[in-house]
Design a protein around this ligand. Structure first.
Ligand code: PLP
Length: 425
């Protein structure tokens, strides 16, 4: 099919994320993806500045991941997980347990489901029904999960009346990472004692009814791409221990090196009771996520009431295992550090654009925050004109590129973001 036909048939039949059934801006047909590049059906090549939503950390069409999928395909594509098991799942669970220090692994089929499972674990383990969550947080789109997302950030407000009421802490100050202003880079801010006191007060007040505290460690993703001081996470760990509440770390976006540590929690030296991982778990190949928990949590849970049809899918587990092997072999800390420096240097000019409120960088994440909501179509037109694929939302133009991006490719991304920043009203 040619690009025009694909676009028309797509518009006629397919929903896309957070879109109407027939959106004004048609989706761009992609014909292929290789390394950091996407090839559109009309022949244009774009650098995937989003790692296809945090996932493709090794880039696309990776020979090792392809081989893992092919080899597994010849052995077994899928088998039910009820009463059966297989080597890819066992190997993956062992690897995840080693990496996280959490030995009990539930293999879920998407990030949202991994968070649903974490909530069920916490409720079953404690016999309590409420969670403490953080404003500006985002944990996925299913019903249990929407209730722990910020109800006012616009993604889920249509459903608030149908959701259980949890306890919301204020959003932490977004003052961590490297902030670039018109006068250059400012020093990292120390933790705010008033915010720590807010957490103390809120947890103490609600502890008897709380099953768990759920948090995106160090980086709040889709709720605003906000970077916060690890001291807040450390305090939440202390408060959870003090009050007998579980700590759930949602590492679905932050896991597997994106922030410069293996997990966001590592910045705070904190081990959660329950951890959710997804996105980069399969290197962006297949839909799999996982909920990991401590032995003592598993004991308190007893029989966990969850079991999706595609749980533990062997293809996804085999590719996830290969992706973790690749991660162990590649110098990801240096790569992420190099990307952080490249983003900070390349986005410094954007900080001087009049329509820009903040430019911030943390690990392999770069964010240009506009003073007002951006015109998504216009920003995309500009960045695509620079050969780059980005997907802005709200006031944010941001990137989280694959770890193997070259300095020249990264410069193309920051040039594209700077051009979009310069055109902001
Ligand atoms: N948790 C976090 C922190 C996320 O960023 C996301 C997705 O963006 C999710 C959960 C949901 O994952 P999925 O989209 O795979 O359901």
């Amino acid at each position: 099919m040619n690009a025009g036909t694909l676009r028309d048939l797509d518009r006629a039949h397919l929903w896309h994320p957070y879109a109407g059934a027939t959106p004004p801006e048609p989706a761009h047909p992609v014909a292929g993806a290789d390394g950091v590049r996407l090839t559109l059906a009309d022949g244009r090549e774009l650098i995937d500045g989003m790692s296809s939503w945090w996932a493709a950390i090794h880039g696309h069409n990776h020979p090792r991941l392809n081989a893992a999928a092919r080899e597994q395909l010849d052995v077994m594509a899928h088998v039910m997980f009820g009463g059966l098991t297989h080597e890819p799942a066992v190997r993956l669970a062992v690897r995840l347990a080693e990496l996280s220090g959490l030995p009990k692994v539930f293999l879920a089929d998407s990030g949202s489901v991994a968070v649903e499972v974490a909530i069920k674990m916490a409720v079953q383990a404690t016999g309590r029904g409420r969670l403490l969550t953080i404003r500006n947080g985002y944990h996925g789109d299913t019903f249990g999960v929407m209730a722990v997302c910020d109800p006012v950030n616009g993604m889920h407000h249509l459903f608030t009346d149908l959701l259980p009421r949890h306890v919301f802490a204020d959003a932490p100050p977004c003052d961590h990472g490297r902030h670039l202003g018109p006068a250059g880079e400012r020093d990292a801010a120390p933790p705010d004692p008033a915010y720590l006191a807010h957490l103390d007060e809120l947890v103490a007040r609600h502890a008897p009814e709380l099953a768990a505290i759920i948090v995106e460690p160090v980086v709040q993703g889709a709720g605003g791409m906000r970077f916060y001081h690890p001291a807040y996470l450390r305090r939440l760990r202390e408060l959870a221990d003090e009050h007998g509440v579980l700590l759930i770390a949602d590492e679905i976006a932050t896991g597997f090196g994106r922030t410069g540590e293996m997990f966001g929690c590592d910045h705070a030296g904190v081990r959660p009771d329950i951890m959710c991982v997804g996105k980069a778990l399969t290197g962006g190949y297949l839909t799999m996520a996982a909920t990991l928990c401590a032995e003592e949590v598993a004991e308190r849970v007893g029989v966990l009431m969850h079991g999706p049809t595609y749980m533990g899918n062997p293809l996804a587990a085999a590719v996830a295992g290969a992706s973790l092997d690749l991660l162990a072999e590649r110098p990801w800390r240096q790569e992420v550090g190099r990307i952080e420096d490249g983003l900070a240097a390349g986005l410094a000019g954007a900080a001087r654009a009049p329509g820009v409120a903040d430019v911030r960088v943390f690990g392999a994440i770069g964010v240009v925050e506009a003073a007002a909501p951006v015109d998504v179509a216009k920003v995309q037109e500009i960045v695509m004109g620079h050969g780059v694929w980005l997907r802005p939302f709200g006031r944010l133009i941001y990137t989280m590129p694959p770890y193997g991006i070259t300095p020249a490719e990264l410069a193309a991304v920051t040039d594209a973001m700077s051009a979009a920043a310069a055109a902001l009203p």
